[in-house]
Design a protein around this ligand. Structure first.
Ligand SMILES: NC(=O)c1ccc[n+]([C@@H]2O[C@H](COP(=O)([O-])OP(=O)(O)OC[C@H]3O[C@@H](n4cnc5c(N)ncnc54)[C@H](OP(=O)(O)O)[C@@H]3O)[C@@H](O)[C@H]2O)c1
Length: 329
């Protein structure tokens, strides 16, 4: 097979940076399934990995970045897949310890591959990507714990981010009343358009300091962590549910046990990378059906491989909105 283009991330003299190179299938990390990549996407983790921001994410260099990929199978030594199958491969070691989605071909472990569910195109699968999968997984886990519109208001923070915009869209379609918190004053109308009832500016939030503040939220989807997650624990209703999946604002969590023992608040961890395949398949099925966002065309946009470096820079600075889909063909 001919050479193909890939965005490879190098660590040279402790400086992490990526560039587009020519490479061959034989140079890719090993795996049973080779597919021609149609699309990848840009997640917060991709930006941290490619810029070396916030600690060591990539475990071996050089590596093709991209924790997400979707494409069409070219060869498979595993009988579960055959040439022509449309597939999704997200997380596991992709773009971290195994060559990821920012190449025109991917070679991956068959155990990581999800057949594209009916109801999604390859483009839509990557408009969702790990962000949409994480939003869907959070909805699924909170529903298992009793999440329902009648419980009360739902808070979504880091609201213009990938996971958050998709969560707002999914939750609004299910009838939830959503309050969104954003640092971007110019995006309030956009957040209302995709389903938020109320939009608050990040800097306007008075967080208080008491271990228990006035209860406000039946559920929360937390992209931010840090001070905002601490405040959320203190402002949940009785039996409130918090999905903790993000750290865009910090990794620390300062709170007390009082929300948990006096209000029965449940803090539910959401990790997209370690989900077992049966749950992963179920969430992708839901993303193609009852959880399929209605505003993907407003939330997602396409960029070429050549624009990745600029996109990472904006992502690390918290300046992007929604989801960047990377077109490989
Ligand atoms: N657990 C998992 O499996 C998993 C999976 C996917 C993502 N994540 C994590 O979830 C978070 C969101 O991911 P994403 O891909 O949606 O990222 P993203 O698209 O880059 O969005 C992050 C958003 O967070 C807000 N933000 C940025 N810096 C902030 C700060 N200092 N303080 C408060 N808010 C800030 C911004 O929204 P506003 O300007 O609107 O406030 C930004 O758009 C990240 O921490 C990511 O690592 C975890």
């Amino acid at each position: 097979m001919d050479n193909f283009k890939a965005f490879r991330i190098h660590n040279e003299n402790d400086t992490v940076a990526g560039r587009i190179v020519d490479m061959t299938i034989d140079e890719l990390s090993p795996g049973e399934v080779v597919f021609k990549t149609a699309y990848s996407s840009v997640n917060y983790k991709d930006a941290l990995a490619a810029t070396g921001t916030g600690g060591k994410i990539i475990r071996n260099y050089p590596l093709t970045g991209g924790i997400d990929a979707a494409g069409t199978v070219v060869t498979s030594s595993d009988p579960r897949f055959k040439p022509g199958d449309e597939v999704i491969c997200t997380s596991y070691d992709m773009g971290v310890a195994h060559d990821g989605g920012y190449g025109e071909y991917c070679r991956v472990r068959a155990d990581w591959v999800v057949p594209l569910p009916a109801g999604l195109t390859l483009y839509e699968a990557m408009a969702l990507g790990t962000a949409g999968y994480t939003a869907g997984l959070a909805v699924e886990l909170l529903e298992l714990n009793g999440l329902a519109p009648a419980n009360g208001k739902v808070l979504v923070n880091g609201a213009t981010g990938g996971v958050a915009t998709l969560a707002i869209d999914m939750l609004a379609a299910r009838g939830f009343e959503i309050t969104a918190i954003t640092g971007k004053d110019a995006e309030h109308a956009f957040l209302e358009e995709i389903g938020a009832s109320v939009v608050l500016s990040r800097l306007s939030i008075a967080m208080g300091t008491r271990p228990l503040e006035k209860p406000l939220w039946a559920a929360a989807f937390d992209s931010v962590g840090g001070e905002q997650l601490g405040w959320l624990t203190r402002t949940m209703n009785t039996h409130g549910l918090i999905a903790s999946f993000g750290n865009a604002g910090g990794i620390e969590l300062v709170t007390t046990v009082l929300p948990f023992i006096l209000r029965g608040v449940r803090l539910i961890g959401v990790d997209s990378a370690t989900t077992p395949m049966p749950l992963r398949s179920r969430v992708w099925q839901r993303l193609a059906t009852d959880l399929k966002p209605k505003h993907l065309d407003r939330i997602a946009y396409t960029i070429p491989l050549e624009d990745l470096t600029a996109q990472f820079d904006k992502t690390v600075k918290g300046q992007v909105r929604g989801r960047a889909v990377v077109a490989l063909q």
